[in-house]
Each structure stands twice: as structure tokens, then as C-alpha cells.
Design a protein around this ligand. Structure first.
Ligand code: ADP
Ligand code: ZN
Length: 743
């Protein structure tokens, strides 16, 4: 027998190997193997097909070994990965490497620990020990105190030779020693289980019933659940996952960034206990391997996880939920495959005949449109649970504020300051959003106007006050703060507000305020997120200041004020989704206010109060904004009215990058009707980490290419065959299907 193997290299070529007789019965399509690959030696790849005969005429080498001794994938998961490979134009070897933990063999067994249990505990035994062997006696009593069974290492405070003493007791048949396998600790996420008494409200129940129907029937059906924040979407997911479990089926719940939302995970844990697995980006390889194996063996009913959880080998899936489906964290930017877990989820739902629910308070424009077109069935939760009401929103025009106060650098408006003071008096809590970290986002020369930029990237450096450093937020380069302009010697001033500045201004105004800051800089350490949220949750601090991290998923009933310090931060990014993102961010963070019995308020500070995204978000007017947005997209032929992909060329030599980009565009002059090519043009961030970047955007009108087949055929003809297979040119090409960022 012969096996065709694909390797995690950027080539579509498959290589043929002989299957040694002893591996005949083990190797299947989808097995991972190691095999010699030219000068690279033995490389891990995946079997994409088996054949009795070969067409290849040269010398055929044998496969060296099979990597996993557990079955890796079932047929459906294999089909899913193959689809990902085709759709995202990524060789299957690369898809496998990204989707599956490196090695899943049984040699990983967790820690082996010694456990001691008491066999005989009569008065005579104790008395005998006490007389003849006082050390053994003490240890024996300690074991009895634990209830008669404990890990030997827990006895180290009694004796520093606990295991030897236990062995002595074992010899006398008073105790028994066993080796137990300790599961790797999954507690790093610090999921606190959250108990709640829940009876669905009539509105929630109606939704649950609508979904239960196809769930019971066991077919694929896709929904868009559009529910305001606090309407009980999470309770509905929990209810449905339970229903699925009753039917003997499993559920996958995808959350945007699970380490940011330990609360939601905690709610699942409290209901499903040991039957829920958590899958997220901060797991170690050992934890991944172990969990993967447990999933294969059918230990779980529910997986709650970040985007890569969509590839876990859960069997018999009945329900897939993608919470906050519009979030860009569902998109993998790098490495390939640049998949969007939301779209993969829909495909997995189809392949598994599972009900698939895209959900969110501010769905993506694409899903909103798909629902309007009938591709997604609409579900709506329009009121908040209990006494919670949507907050009253105030918009502060910062242009006026600056004029009136004759201060060009106002950070907190009078209104926001007043509201903060009010909350502090009432012992209620406050969330302040400023979607930029550091102190000031630019440092500019007062005389010549030169800004301090990164040596490697074409972006200005951010001033970090605590460390007194300039930092690049793209490549993390650091520089000391110059005393004066390096070009002309002029004085420097700071511009643009970051979270550290908000912190400083706040403390100046309210000297005794208790606050905590949550951004990339304060959450690098293990468990740091959970710690911050914990402190805020139990009222140790009054104010939570943070970047977009704090906009999602948090549920703190005592928060009655949300302030958006600068709503315009992302508004003018050169990306057609800039408005949509701004709308979603403001709308979401406003929703953090007034989740309990007390009414909430939000104050949005902006210099563009008439911008449609900001205006509609502050009026909580979803439909108006989405319709404006859809009209714009239609006119410009952007998604959801077109299929889109982005080809990026990058390299150290700008001329080479540019000429390769020009050549590519020349080659695709001839193209089907309804297809449009933009570029090549330098990316808005032209240089990152010393790499010059050019991009070509391709679009294909959906009205002329309904399911995108023509577009895909075109892309794979022009961009796959050669793939990245021009290593020597010094120019790297990557292709991104359905890009979410055009920066
Ligand atoms: P969403 O996910 O839509 O933001 P949640 O599910 O977090 O909303 O619900 C908001 C709050 O209301 C949570 O504290 C939740 O436990 C509570 N809640 C929602 N529905 C119910 C219910 N039927 N019974 C009890 N509590 C509920
Ligand atoms: Zn940089």
C-alpha cells in the first residue's frame, strides 16, 4: 500500500511513500506520520489518501513512523479540515498543524502520584503503632484524619520521609499504596463556578423552544440570535446545551476570548461540572493533548472555548453556539489557515447535522444581512432580564468642551466627572473605556512637527509613563525617551490619550479613588485577568479602566456608569469596517452599565457627534446604522455584497515587493466579469517589523457569483499553484480569504 502525504509547508504538493507492512492496519486517511522529506530529514505530515498502485516512477521511500497511537480524527472532522484547506487555500498539512496539538500519543499521562489508603484501623493497630513505631503512628493518624485516603505528598508536613514510612505501613498491611494519574491542572484559567437559579422568561423560553425543535429532529439549521446585552443569551445557551445532553448529543460553545470571560465559563462549569471542558489559547501543550484525548474518549458533553475549539474532536455534536459572532478574535490572522471560526462553525454544523447559533448583541453586518436574506433564521431577545434596563446614554461633544474650557487637552468632560462623583458617593461602580494603552500615543516636536516613530515599523511610538519608555505597539520595540527632538532639537509634547493617562487624570481629580487598570500591560501575568475582575467584582475598587478588553461579557450588577473617554479612537482607520467596529464597541460597552436593579447611564465623549456610527450607537439605534452601512457597502461592492480576499506581499526590499505585486496584478488582467482588483498599493501600515508590505484586494460581486465558486477557482489558479514557492525572491506572499482587517 502507498500513502500520499502532505507536509506543513507552503506547497500543495503531496508526496508518495510506501506503507511498511506493520503499519498497514494502523494508517488511515488523516493519520499523522513522519517520513523523509529531501534535505529536511524526517518531517511530520498527514496522510491525505491511500492507494494500492502508484503512478510515481522514481524511488519510493517508506514511511518512518506513525505519530499518534490514538485515532486522531473521525471522518467528519477530516472532511471539515479538508474544507478549511480548500476554502482558505491552505495546504492540508498546514491546516493540521494549526488545528491539532503536536503529538497526541498516550505517552503523556499527567503526573503520576502515590496515593495511600488505610486498610485496617482498629484500636489495636493504633495502639501497637503508638508503642512500637511512633513515626508510623503519627503518619497513620494523619491519614485517618484526611478520611482514610490521601496523596502521599500531602503528608510531607508530618514526615520528610513520608513515602518510606508509608511503605513500612504497607508491609504491615495497615495501608495500601496506589499510583494515581493526576490530570494536568486546568485551573490556570481560574474558573469560578457561578451558581444561579434560573427559570427561563417567556421570551427566552420561546427562543429555546424554537431551537429545540430542530435539535430534537437532529438536522442542520442555522440561526442568528440577536439579543441585547443582559437579555439572558448565556442562560439560553446553557438551557439548550442541557437539552442536547438529554438527547445524547454534545455542544460546542465558542467565546471570543475565553480568558477575558471566565465568568461565562464559570456558569457552564456550575451546571455541567466535570462534563465541561475548557479550550483556550493559554493552555499548555500538555493540557491540550490531555484534553484532546479526553474529548476523543467521550468524557465531555460541552466544550467551552476560543476559536480553535471548533476543531476539537467532539463526537455527536448537536449544538454549536458562537457568542459575539462579530468579534474579530474568531479570525485567525496568522499563521495560515486564516480561518474565521464562525464560518468554520457553520460548516461543522452542516457536516454534523447540528443546530448552529450565531449570537450577539451587535451582530456583524454580514450576519445581519444573511438573516435578512433568509440564510439565517432570526431569533430576538429584546429586553434585559429582570429589572435591568438599557442605560440612558449622554453624548458629550468634546470640541465644545475644549472651547468652553479653553483647554485643548481635556480628558474628562464636566459631565463625566460629575457622574463619576455621584457614583462614588452612592458606592456604585464605574467602567471607563479608553481603547488605547500606554500614556500618550504620540510624541511630537513642538517646532518641526516631527513625531517619534518606530525604527522597524511605520507607526508612531507610544509613551509609557510607568516605565518611562517609548514603545512600539506593533513590534514591541522599546526606546528611551529623548529629551528633545532628534531632528531639530526642539521641545517635545505628548498627544493622544491612553489608559495610563486616564488613570492619572482620574487620580488628580479624585485623590482617594480606588481603581484598577486592565489592558495588555497589566494582564500579561498568569491569572492577572481573573485577579483584576475578582477585585472589581467584590467591590475592592470603584473604577475599572481599560481597553476593549473590558467591553465584553462582563456582568457586574453594581456598575451603573460607563464612560467612553474617546469614542473616536478607531473611527478613522483606513478600513471599511472601522465604522462598524466603533458602533459595536460603544454599543457593547454601554451595555455593561445597569445590569442589576439599579438604572445605568453611559457617557460617550466624542469629537464627531454627528458621525453615523457614533450617533446611532449612542441612540442604541441598531437598525438605522446597519442600513446606512449596508447601503455604503453595496455601493462600494464590499462584503456582504461581494466575496473578498487580500493578497499581501512582504519583504525587506521595498522595490522587490512592489515589483512582485505589480507582476501579479499584470498576470490577472484577464478576469471574469464582476471581479474587481484594487491595488497593488502599500498597506496602510506600510512597514511592520522591518518588512515592507503591499496588498492587492480582490472582490467578486455576489450577484454574479452566488456561492463564490468562480472567485475561488480564480484565486486558486493564480495564487495557489506557485503558492509561497518563491522562497529565494525575498518576497513572501500570503493570501487571506474574507479578511477582517485591511491594515
Ligand atoms: P447575555 O448573555 O445576553 O448578556 P446573561 O445570560 O449574562 O445575558 O444574563 C444577564 C444576567 O441575568 C445574568 O446575571 C443572568 O444570570 C441573569 N438571567 C438571565 N436570565 C435569567 C433567568 N431566566 N433567570 C435568572 N437569571 C437570569
Ligand atoms: Zn515597531
Amino acid at each position: 500500500m502507498y500513502a500520499n502525504v502532505s507536509f506543513p509547508i507552503s506547497s500543495w504538493k503531496v508526496f508518495t511513500y510506501r506503507v511498511p507492512a506493520e503499519l498497514n492496519s494502523i494508517i488511515q486517511t488523516g493519520s499523522r506520520v513522519r517520513a523523509p522529506l529531501g534535505s529536511r530529514g524526517s518531517v511530520q505530515g498527514v496522510v491525505v489518501g491511500l492507494e494500492e498502485q502508484v503512478r510515481f516512477k522514481g524511488r519510493i521511500q517508506p514511511i518512518s513512523e506513525v505519530v499518534d497511537d490514538v485515532p486522531l480524527l473521525d471522518q467528519k472532522l477530516w472532511e471539515l479540515l479538508s474544507w478549511v484547506s480548500q476554502y482558505y487555500l491552505t495546504p492540508i498539512g498546514q491546516v493540521m498543524r494549526s488545528a491539532i496539538p503536536p503529538r497526541l500519543s498516550r505517552d503523556y499521562e499527567g503526573a503520576q502520584l502515590l496515593e495511600v489508603s488505610v486498610l485496617e484501623a482498629s484500636v489495636e493497630t493504633i495502639e501497637l503503632l503508638s508503642r512500637k513505631a511512633p513515626k508510623q503512628h503519627d503518619l497513620f493518624m494523619a491519614i485517618l484524619e484526611t478520611g482514610g485516603k490521601t496523596l502521599v505528598r500531602n503528608l510531607s508536613h508530618i514526615s520528610n520521609r513520608a513515602s518510606a514510612v508509608c511503605r513500612a505501613l504497607e508491609k504491615k498491611n495497615f495501608v495500601e499504596l496506589n499510583t494515581v494519574v493526576r490530570e494536568p491542572s486546568l485551573k490556570r484559567l481560574k474558573v469560578e463556578s457561578v451558581k444561579k437559579d434560573v427559570k427561563l422568561t417567556p421570551e427566552q423560553k420561546q427562543i429555546a423552544d424554537t431551537v429545540s425543535h430542530p435539535l430534537e429532529k437532529g438536522g442542520f439549521e442555522a440561526f442568528l440570535l440577536h439579543g441585547v446585552t443582559g437579555s439572558g443569551k448565556t442562560e439560553v445557551y446553557i438551557h439548550l446545551a442541557r437539552e442536547a445532553e438529554k438527547l445524547g448529543r454534545t455542544s460546542i460553545i465558542l467565546l471570543p476570548e475565553i480568558s477575558l470571560t471566565p465568568q461565562i465559563a464559570g456558569r457552564f462549569c456550575s451546571v455541567f461540572g466535570e462534563r465541561v471542558a475548557i479550550w483556550h489559547s493559554r493552555m499548555t501543550q500538555a493540557e491540550r493533548r490531555w484534553t484532546w484525548r479526553q474529548i476523543c474518549e467521550g468524557h465531555y458533553s460541552v466544550i467551552v472555548g476560543a476559536r480553535s475549539a471548533i476543531f476539537t474532536p467532539l463526537k455527536n455534536i448537536g449544538l454549536i453556539v458562537i457568542d459575539e459572532e462579530q468579534e474579530s478574535s474568531f479570525k485567525q490572522e496568522s499563521p495560515a489557515p486564516r480561518y474565521n471560526a464562525r464560518d468554520v462553525a457553520l460548516m461543522r454544523g452542516k457536516l454534523s447535522s447540528a443546530v448552529t447559533i450565531l449570537a450577539g448583541a451587535t451582530p456583524s453586518i454580514e450576519s445581519f444581512y444573511n438573516q435578512a436574506m433568509g440564510k439565517l433564521r432570526s431569533l430576538r431577545l429584546s429586553s434585559r432580564f429582570g429589572n435591568a434596563h438599557y442605560p440612558k446614554v449622554h453624548v458629550v461633544d468634546m470640541n465644545r468642551e475644549r472651547d468652553i474650557r479653553e483647554d485643548p487637552s481635556v480628558t474628562l468632560s464636566r459631565l463625566l466627572s460629575e457622574k463619576i462623583a455621584e457614583r462614588l458617593d452612592k458606592k456604585e461602580q464605574i467602567i471607563l473605556l479608553q481603547n488605547r494603552r500606554g500614556f500618550a500615543s504620540v510624541m511630537i516636536c513642538r517646532d518641526c512637527g516631527e513625531t517619534e516613530v518606530c525604527k522597524h515599523c511605520q507607526v508612531s511610538l507610544t509613551f509609557h509613563k510607568h516605565e518611562h519608555l517609548l514603545k512600539c505597539h506593533y513590534c514591541d520595540a522599546r526606546r528611551s525617551v529623548p529629551a528633545c527632538c532628534l531632528k531639530c532639537g526642539g521641545g517635545l509634547r505628548l498627544g493622544g490619550t491612553g489608559t495610563q493617562k486616564v488613570e492619572e487624570v482620574l487620580v488628580r481629580k479624585f485623590p482617594n479613588i480606588r481603581y484598577v487598570r486592565m489592558d495588555l500591560d497589566t494582564t500579561r501575568g498568569k491569572g492577572a485577568y481573573a485577579e483584576i475582575l475578582h477585585r472589581f467584582g467584590n467591590g475592592q475598587v470603584d473604577v475599572l479602566i481599560g481597553t476593549q478588553m473590558i467591553a465584553k461579557g462582563l456582568d457586574f450588577p453594581n456598575v451603573t456608569l460607563v464612560g467612553v473617554v474617546d469614542a473616536d479612537t478607531g473611527l478613522f482607520l483606513p478600513d471599511f469596517r472601522a465604522g462598524e467596529r466603533t458602533f459595536q464597541l460603544i454599543y457593547q460597552v454601554a451595555g455593561r452599565s445597569g445590569r442589576g436593579d439599579k438604572p445605568g447611564e453611559a457617557v460617550i465623549q466624542t469629537s464627531n457627534p454627528d458621525d453615523p456610527a457614533i450617533k446611532s450607537a449612542s441612540q442604541l439605534d441598531f437598525d438605522t446604522y446597519y442600513n446606512i452601512c449596508l447601503n455604503e457597502r453595496k455601493e462600494l461592492m464590499y462584503p456582504p455584497f461581494s466575496w473578498m480576499s487580500r493578497v499581501e506581499l512582504s519583504g525587506r526590499d521595498r522595490d522587490k515587493v512592489k515589483s512582485r505585486a505589480d507582476n501579479l496584478v499584470k498576470k490577472i488582467q484577464e478576469r471574469p466579469k464582476g471581479m474587481e482588483v484594487i491595488g497593488p498599493a502599500p498597506c496602510p501600515l506600510e512597514r511592520i517589523r522591518g518588512q515592507f508590505r503591499y496588498q492587492i484586494i480582490l472582490k467578486s460581486m455576489k450577484s454574479k457569483d452566488r456561492n463564490g465558486e468562480r472567485f475561488h477557482a480564480f484565486l486558486s489558479r493564480h495564487f495557489c499553484e506557485e503558492g509561497g514557492a518563491q522562497p529565494k525572491s525575498g518576497v513572501r506572499m500570503t493570501i487571506d480569504i474574507d479578511p477582517v482587517s485591511l491594515l
